[in-house]
Design a protein around this ligand. Structure first.
Ligand code: AMP
Ligand code: GLY
Length: 424
């Protein structure tokens, strides 16, 4: 098969690495990819949201399957674009339909779906510029901290958690009236704050059948001890040690199954990943968000723990026969540590020459923001490399990643030294 993978991060390098282990995958293109995918696949300079350019390439190279990494092309409707095009309609796209992608593209849509299908989630209400004063009154009925969520995609920055009531009202006005997050905050969901520990559950579905993938925990803050600004994710651990059989059973029966059944009941086509963000409140899992793609850096620990052929799984998704294939999981732990550019998630420099990757032993280096420049691998983003290791437990895996990170170097390189600290 010839496969086209869309995206350019650590998630996509991990997808490429895993799909190339399949005997089914003869040719793999990545658009646009990074220096890591360039080593193992063929990068092509196409923007994943330029559907006409994707179409031309798919027809020209006789691509047999398209796998979508990031959310933007999904929310913009790439699945429907293929389905409604006479030349593309038989080429499977791994990812949800445009309506399905609203689970991530609109917080209000996701909340309505959760409530409609009786899936546990925080109490909420949503507001627009016209109802901003009602929103302020609603805030007065809640206990601090206050959780404000821009309805649309805001590059992971659209959620504010605020202690002070007056500040929460000001921010609500900033979002709704002054368009703090542009169009994305023309509607705002105000939600009850949930106090607990976060984990993520990943599901692959063909719209009827599903497979629950290994759980993972992400470390979102830039600073040690979970302090400072939110990032895309600074490291991840899989499995999540506190996600025992009892909790997993609750997650499946109360959340995963009703989600997939809900998609079917609502007639929503969905052939891809559902990433369910959960907070474990006193051993009760509660949904805080859906994403319609895999997480990054969670993919860099989840895929290494899948022993089964990922391309076969994708074919089963496309053919709605996911119930006919087995999902085999590696019992070992996997951890990943993100190595980032100093200054990230605020301003940082790019183009720094990275050395030491060839000296890494017994870990896998997934490239995130990197590119090739005159034969050198140079940094090209905030998150630069993800160093993944296996271990009999997460401590052993983390130790290996840190030992290997010591061999890496680039100017102003930074990483958190405490990934997994809260799991001991
Ligand atoms: P989201 O984009 O919905 O994942 O929100 C970003 C982050 O905000 C999450 O990873 C949580 O840490 C936090 N968060 C979101 N919703 C809530 C909530 N209802 N209660 C507590 N924390 C939340
Ligand atoms: N690591 C969180 C995300 O991918 O959204």
């Amino acid at each position: 098969m010839t496969i086209l993978l869309l995206g350019s991060g650590g998630r996509e390098h991990a997808f490429a690495w895993k799909m190339l282990q399949s005997p089914q995958c003869k040719t793999l293109f990545v658009a646009p990819g990074n220096a890591g995918t360039a080593e193992i696949a063929k990068n092509i300079n196409i923007n994943p949201t330029d559907f006409e350019a994707v179409k031309t390439f798919v027809l020209q190279e006789k691509v047999d399957m398209v796998v979508v990494g990031p959310e933007d092309p999904l929310v913009l409707g790439i699945y429907d674009f293929f389905k409604n095009d006479t030349e593309l309609k038989d080429i499977p796209v791994i990812g949800p339909s445009k309506v399905g992608a609203q689970l991530e593209g609109s917080k209000e849509f996701a909340k309505e779906f959760l409530v409609k299908h009786n899936i546990p989630t925080a109490a909420y209400d949503s507001f627009t510029a016209e109802t901003v004063e009602k929103g302020c009154q609603f805030l007065e009925t809640l206990q601090p901290p206050y959780v404000l969520k821009a309805d649309g995609l805001a590059a992971g920055k659209g959620v504010l958690i605020i202690q002070d009531l007056e500040e929460a009202k000001t921010e609500l006005r900033n979002m709704l009236v002054h368009q703090k997050f542009g169009q994305a905050s023309s509607k705002v969901v105000i939600e009850e704050f949930l106090d607990g520990i976060e984990l993520s559950c990943f599901v692959l579905t063909d719209g009827k059948n599903y497979k629950i993938l290994p759980t993972a925990k992400d470390y979102k803050r830039i600073g040690e001890g979970d302090t400072g600004l939110n990032t895309g994710g600074m490291g991840a651990v899989s499995p999540v040690p506190f996600a025992d059989a009892v909790l997993l059973e609750k997650i499946e029966t109360r959340i995963v199954k009703p989600t997939i059944d809900g998609l079917q009941k609502d007639g929503i086509e969905y052939k891809g990943f559902v990433f369910i963000g959960l907070i474990n409140v006193k051993n009760e899992p509660i949904v805080i968000e859906y994403n319609v793609r895999m997480g990054d850096p969670e993919t860099e620990v989840v895929l290494p723990r899948i022993k089964s052929d990922l391309v076969e799984l994708f074919q089963a998704v496309a053919n709605e026969k996911l119930n006919e294939v087995a999902l085999e999981i590696d019992e070992r732990s996997a951890t990943t540590i993100m190595v980032v550019s100093g200054g990230y998630p605020e301003d940082y420099e790019k183009g720094k020459v990275i050395s030491g990757i060839a000296n890494i032993q017994d870990s896998i280096v997934f490239h995130a923001g990197t590119k090739l420049d005159n034969g050198n691998v140079v940094s090209n983003g905030g998150r630069v490399l993800a160093v993944t290791s296996y271990g009999n437990d997460f401590q052993e895996a983390i130790k290996k990643s840190y030992q290997n990170i010591d061999k890496l170097h680039f100017d102003k390189m930074y990483f958190r030294k405490d990934i997994g600290f809260d799991l001991l």
